[in-house]
Design a protein around this ligand. Sequence first.
Ligand code: GLU
Length: 420
Amino acid sequence: MSKAYNPYEDMLEVLEKAAKMLGLDEKDYEALKYPERELKVAIPVEMDDGSIRVFQGYRVQHSSSRGPCKGGIRYHQDVDIDEVKALAAWMSFKCAVVNIPYGGGKGAVKVNPKELSKNELKNLTRRYTAMILPLIGPETDIPAPDVNTNAEIMGWIMDTYSMFKGYTVPGVVTGKPVEIGGSLGRKEATGRGVMFMTREILHRLGMPIIGAEVAVQGMGNVGGTAARLLHNEGCKIVAVSDVSGGVYRRSGLDVNEILSFLSSDEGKLLKDYNAPGIVHITNEELLTTECDVLIPAALENQITEALAPRIKASVIVEGANGPTTVEADKILERNRKVVVPDILANAGGVVVSYFEWVQNIQSLMWDEEEVNRTLEKIMIRAFNEVWEKKNEKGTTMRMGAYMVAIDRIVKAKQIRGIFP
Ligand code: GLU
């Protein structure tokens, strides 16, 4: 019997292993096992029918050693504190691996936003922002979109914070609408980064990108953009899925047609999509599809110990945070699968968040070409550093990425010392 999944314990196990491989003393990384701060809030919302519902919310700051805490806010009915703590720690490692001057944080509200009206969602967001206000700010902790949150919600956060301050503070949040200080290219940034990382790994492995068969789990912002951009690079997208299940076509799917179908109406799902030669599959069938590259871009805990032995892709590029459990990862390593780990593969989003924050602080506006070019440079630099570390220590890319990240955070901590 495998033990119940706990993302925080998985995070600790990987941290421990990488720190040992780096030859660190326990005292060097002891503090990284715990978040610096955790805030839990109860958010009352007046619903449209006049009733009151109280939602559970969190903001966790894992580390501020390398700069302000940075990380998204997710709205999901299943979130709990251990998930938010793990996600916050993964943000610290992610920002360190791409070497941007941030620590890590994460926020969440336990809610299924699809059950709320627009007005209820806005009230929930504004009240949540007011309740985490003591923690956030452009110099302390900067939220961004994550699962089920978007630019519009970030706009409400920016406005609420600014109303309390008495002046407009664009840099308190990233992933905002472009009209109020958002960055060009931010929306596509995570998916674009996944595309760059897929391109780099295929190149390293001597596998041609043209015609490479790709399966993508999740057709949200990350999976949808990655599928579209990889299709443009010449990959054959053979399977995609969303919460309702997936679609498969051996000769390749028409990604643009699928994306316009999904965006044609609020709540459109793949189970209702049809085209000649399409086979409807489950999410489990998608993950075990015959293909070259598998991109899990949905939630944590998808590639489990039970599923990992059946994965046929030779390369896995983690678009989601924590899609592979620790036990599953050991099986993938044994089966010689190459995994580009989440903290590297999906870092494109936070990298362009960093550009957005820099633009806000300087009151500058970059054009999209500059954003995409600088993103590519940072992502490729990080990929190469991880690849070198992996080769130097004869280990996996995940361990390589964690070693690069932990080394940077520990060094920052040592240089600063412990107060008082
Ligand atoms: N939520 C995204 C992530 O997990 C983006 C975070 C950010 O831009 O701060 O990386």
